[in-house]
Each structure stands twice: as C-alpha cells, then as structure tokens.
Design a protein around this ligand. Structure first.
Ligand code: ADA
Length: 549
C-alpha cells in the first residue's frame, strides 16, 4: 500500500441521502443531502434504512488537482462516481477493488459523489442475484482513497518471490500516463541505505532482485519485507513476503514443506455493519480462529479487503481469495456480459492482492453450474485470465456438482463443497457416518477423472446450530459439534485431504427462505461455530481441543 503526501484516505463522515430510485434514474444535481453517514458503511444496516432497497448517495469535498486515481475497495451492489457533478465512471464489480484515473482539473476543493444501489437486477448478466445465500447489503463497504499522480505514474507493482532459499524476487512495475523515453526508477529494500537506480522506458519495467538479508515468510514465521520504489514525482512502498508455493503429487507445499490446511469459510459480515466490518472486528475474528489452532480461511464469496489480508500476512494465516459469485446457473455462465464482468473481477482481484503472501490460491464462481458446457467454457476463460496475471499460485473453485463435475482438468486443486450429515442424510437421525463415505467417493471420482494427483480440499461442510440449543438433535450445538468433530477427524487422518474449510466461522446474514425443508431461521445462515456476534458454540471448543492436542 502506498501512503505519501499525494495520497489521502477519504474514509470518514460523508453527507448522505437515500432514495428508492435506481442509479440510472438519479438527478445528481438535485439531491437533498439531509443527513450524514460513514465511509466505509452499509446504509441498510442503519435504523432508518434497515432492509430498504434503493440508492444511497454519499457526498464529500476533496482537495486535489491534475491527474488523480480514485480507489474504491468495494461497494455493493453497484455504484456510480460523480466528480463536480459529472459522471466519471461506474463500479460494476461488487465488493471488488476498482479504480478510476481521471483529470481533476485545477487544484482546489471539488465535490465527489459516490452513489450505490442495492436494487437487485435479475438479468443473466447481473453480478449479485437476490437468491444468493448472503444478504445484499448496500453501501461503500470498504476504503476509498485518492492519489494525485504525476504525468508518468506507476499504475501497479508486483513483487513475486522466486526462491525462498536465495531471496530472489521478480519486481514488475507498470506505468501509465505520458511514458518517458528514458525514465529513472529507484528500488530500495527495507532499511537498506542505498537505493538501486535503473533506467526504464515503455509501459513495464521488470527486474529480478535478491532481497538483502532476506527472511522467509511462513505461517509460523510471517516475516514481511518492504520495498520502496520511486520515479520522478511518485513513490510507492510495497510490503511482501518471501515464500514459494508448489503443488504436485497431491500435495500443496509452502517453501517445500507440505501444508495441511484447517480452518473456515468466513463471511465479512456482521448484523450491525453488513460487509463494512471494522478492522478491529476482522482482527478479533482472526485471533479467535488462530487460537483454535487453525491456519486457513476461505474468503467467501468475494475478494478480501486490504486490511483483512494485511492482518493475515502479519499473523501467518493462509487465504483462499475468490471473486464474488454464488451458485450461478448455466444461463448466467453463458451470458457474454456476465462472463466479461467475471473475468474483469478476477483480474482486479489478482492485481490488487498479488503482493500478499497470505493469499495462497485463487478461486472463483462458488458452486456454479460446472457440470455444463457454459460452465466449462467460463472456468477455462477465468483460469486463463488469472494465469495472465499470476502463475505463482494454484487455481481452484468450490464445486457442488459431486460426480457430475466436468471441470476438474481446469483446476490445480480439486475443491468440493458437500454437506453429509446435514443436506445429505436428511432422513436419518445421526448420519455422521456419511462424512467419510461422501468424501471418499469424491476423492475416488477425482482419481478416476485423472485428477487424483492434485491436492484435494473440502471447501465447505457443516451444519446449522442455534446458540443455546443443547438437545442433541439437528439445529443444536451438540449435533453440530459431533458432526464437525467427525469432519476434523476425517481430515486429520486422511493423507489425501490437503485442506478443510468448515462452513462457516460466524453466522452470517441472509434471507429467511420461504419454502423448502431447510430454512434460515432469523434470516441468518446459522452454520457458524460462533454466532453473528462471535459468541462461541460448542463446536468451537470441540475443534479447538482437537487441533490443540
Ligand atoms: C453452499 C454455499 C454457501 C452456503 C451453504 C449453506 O454450499 O456455497 O454459501 O449457502 O451452501 O449454508 O447451505
């Protein structure tokens, strides 16, 4: 992350207005900003707008001039940005980091408006459908920053570790604006006194450097290095870790040491904050997870925030980062605009998170129709898109298609969501024996399809428990605890299973289903091992005891 005198955080108090109109119907010059709100924040967690659907309009002034980069860490569900009343661009990738570079004109006080709509659109191209099993909160959920840029500027930097033994890293700097024929770039690692200078031209500068006195990043030793990179008029400081991932012979390794991943799916969700989870709460979640002996988080089902990933980097937590989606159907996967947006979202996510050592795999399209031809096509396009940006991490997605799955040849890690003991075995009182048979069958299927040599992750498994219910039946804490202890035992005892992401860490807001046998009491997905306020259920302690042995 870059912080210098040209850079400003726009987080804080903004003027606010709400309207039931959609983004396209706004008359932006005639908005009555009658109240204030916070950025980041989800407006529909506030009492006046609780559960409302419409557009939240945020306004503030900002002093800047010349070429500027506006960065948004993520809005939901879609947004539009206005500068001095003129539309600058749209934010069409929910909860995904996006930026806009534009000319702000004279350096003075300007008016910035970000309007975000939480109205559902049900066309096939829509990125956020109402049926998703997570609530469609509306707001500017993550940070907003602004940087004034020189005419030739660094657009982004990636630092990819090449060897944990020698400390070699590949530094790539991408430039934008007016490209000089003979620019000078300087690179300085950590507290080194000397900076190295190089000349550059064109859009990209690439060099392999050996980091002086390097220390290796691992979950046990999460050591972070820094590099300061400067060109005329601009300086950026990037944090990175030196660790190398490999995936072969059914194993996923970090620095040649085999990993066993155990942890959770985690929604960035809280009843009072929606997706705008404060950093303190994210830190507290991670401490709770870590204190159980877990080392893995699947960031479901959207890219993770800067703050969260920074915490994971520093705490040695390993992360699966994925794009926003949920159970997308064949007709979505075949839609050209949906495809385009998914590919853009994957590119934005990878570019934004590439320097975080905690991110150890890329994912997309949770539980899509991956048993269909359109699914196969889009998954191969997404794989290609990610490989264009990063080849240092394995690619996966969570399949719910069991032995109908068509896309195992397109992933580096086979990942399956399955719910033995909950959705499977619904007519049995204690179907815990289904845990082993379900995952044994999926492992055998992967083998049969020629993907038996790929690491295998149980990317979701779990069951709901209402806090305080202790009658041993479904929906009780004891039932959840017994089921999850079977799952953890199976994972720990099975060499073929590389990882487990239990569904889920905390209860998360969704909708109360109106039909079907399995409903969502209190409009929450109640499968957390802690509830929505992070109060531990029995399973939390059971897992802790098993892992800490
Ligand atoms: C799916 C899905 C999760 C959640 C879960 C459940 O596997 O990927 O987001 O909805 O089911 O609780 O049923």
């Amino acid at each position: 992350m870059t912080k210098n005198e040209k850079w400003q955080s726009l987080d804080g108090v903004w003027d606010f207005a709400f309207t039931e109109k959609g983004l396209e119907e706004l008359d932006i010059k005639n908005i009555n900003f009658d109240t204030a709100s916070s950025v980041p924040g989800c407006f529909d967690t506030l009492p006046e707008y609780y559960n409302f659907r419409g557009t939240g309009i945020y306004r503030r002034t900002v002093v800047c001039g010349g070429l500027v980069r506006l960065f948004s860490g993520g809005v939901t569900l879609r947004g539009a940005v206005y500068f001095d009343g003129a539309l600058i661009g749209n934010l069409e990738h929910p909860l995904t980091p996006e930026e806009m570079i534009f000319d702000a004109g004279e350096r003075k006080e300007h008016t910035l408006i970000i309007a975000v709509e939480n109205i559902f659109h049900e066309e096939n191209s829509s990125m956020f459908h109402q049926y998703y099993d997570y609530y469609g909160f509306g707001g500017i959920c993550r940070e907003v920053t602004l940087e004034e840029l020189p005419s030739c500027h660094m657009e982004r930097i990636s630092v990819v570790p090449l060897s944990y033994e020698t400390g070699e890293v590949k530094v790539t700097v991408y430039f934008g604006g007016l490209l000089p024929e003979n620019g000078v770039i300087s690179i300085q690692f950590d507290t080194e006194e000397k900076e190295e200078k190089f000349s550059f031209s064109g859009e990209k500068f690439e060099t392999v450097r050996k980091v002086p006195c390097h220390k290796v990043w691992s979950p046990e030793t999460p050591f972070m290095h820094n590099v300061k990179i400067a060109i005329d008029g601009q300086e950026k400081k990037i944090s990175f870790g030196i660790r190398v991932l490999s995936w072969k012979d059914g194993k996923l390794s970090i620095n040649d040491k085999e990993l066993k991943l155990i942890g959770y799916n985690r929604h960035d969700s809280h009843p009072q904050f929606g997706y705008a989870v404060p950093l303190t709460l994210a830190a507290s979640d991670l401490h709770q997870i870590k204190s159980q002996g877990c080392n893995f988080i699947r960031g479901c089902h959207y890219p993770q925030s800067h703050g969260f990933l920074e915490l994971c980097d520093r705490m040695g937590m390993l992360v699966w980062d994925e794009t926003l989606a949920w159970g997308n159907k064949e007709e979505h996967l075949a839609d050209p605009l949906f495809r385009q947006r998914q590919k853009e979202a994957a590119r934005l996510m990878v570019r934004d998170s590439i320097n975080h050592p905690s991110v150890i795999m890329w994912g997309f399209l949770n539980e899509c129709a991956s048993h269909t031809l359109p699914g196969y096509e889009l998954i191969s396009q997404l794989r290609q898109t990610i490989l264009e940006e990063d080849t240092s991490r394995p690619i996966t997605f969570a399949s719910s298609r069991g032995t109908q799955e068509l896309c195992l040849d397109l992933v580096d890690i086979v990942s399956y969501n399955a719910y033995p003991g909950w959705y499977l075995g619904i007519n049995e009182a204690r179907p815990f024996h289904l845990v082993a048979s379900t995952f044994d069958e999926l492992l055998a299927f992967a083998e049969e399809k020629g993907s038996g040599n790929k690491p295998f992750i149980i990317s979701e498994v779990g069951c709901a428990a209402i806090i305080g219910e202790r009658n041993g039946e479904r929906w009780s804490e004891d039932y959840q605890s017994e089921l999850l202890s079977e799952v953890v035992k199976y994972t720990l005892n099975n060499k073929k299973v590389t990882g487990l992401a239990i569904w889920q860490f905390c209860n998360s807001r969704t909708y109360a289903a109106t039909s079907g046998i399995i409903v969502r009491p209190r409009a929450l997905n109640n499968k957390g091992v802690v509830d929505e306020y992070r109060r531990p259920k029995l399973a939390y302690y059971t897992i802790k005891n098993m892992l800490k042995k």
